[in-house]
Write a new protein. Structure first.
Length: 202
């Protein structure tokens, strides 16, 4: 049990070069949406908020709060209407996908020049401090506290981006209606089939 507690208290997470991308290729003009993130880290911190190791199973540390430091670097969202660089991911090999999507990242985890002007939010960084008190008997401080520091946030939405997003949403909505009607029709066919089969057996 002590080993489990030590492991849970000191779990660390580090992920870099994250890229989620969505392409709508059925529109007259292809649209690409994506989220890029340079790095995401979560580490255990000491009382001075310096990364370190904590062992709260020791009697001397039993009342020490658990502190986690979360750093998010260079996260942004882009929307490129009329994307002539559409990747058509479904037709590519994994290595090709990796190489092409990596191009969108530039140096120092920033955006590449070919997508920089299409970001709805410029890459931002954030630091979050999470603190959990070890005891519920402490009255002067909350049991949980969260402190966030965010860099300046820049948002921009061009007319062409707005129009393309609306078209994509309309297309997705109409596709959803088509899927629902198809599933309902299929359900009716199955119901009639089993009903006829039951009557035949009787």
């Amino acid at each position: 049990m002590n080993l489990t507690s030590r492991v849970i208290d000191n779990i660390q997470v580090s992920i870099s070069n994250i890229h989620f991308r969505f392409e709508e290729l059925s529109l007259p003009q292809p649209l690409s949406l994506g989220l890029t993130m340079g790095r995401l880290e979560m580490r255990t911190a000491d009382e001075a908020w310096q990364p370190g190791f904590i062992d709260r199973t020791l009697s001397a540390n039993r009342d020490t709060p658990l502190q986690k430091l979360v750093n998010l670097r260079s996260m942004g969202v882009y929307c490129r209407p009329n994307d002539d660089k559409s990747l058509a991911l479904s037709k590519m090999e994994p290595e090709q996908i990796h190489n092409l999507m990596s191009v969108i990242f530039g140096e120092n985890d920033e955006t590449s020049p070919m997508y920089r002007e299409f970001y709805l939010s410029e890459p931002l960084s954030m630091q979050t401090k999470l603190k959990q008190q070890a005891s519920t008997n402490i009255q002067d401080e909350p049991l949980y506290s969260v402190d966030c520091v965010i860099d300046a946030i820049h948002l921009a939405l061009a007319k062409t981006q707005f129009e393309q997003l609306l078209r994509a949403l309309e297309h997705i909505s109409s596709y959803g209606i088509f899927v629902d009607s198809t599933l309902n029709h299929r359900a009716i066919q199955l119901r009639d089939f089993f009903k006829a089969r039951k009557m035949t057996e009787e």
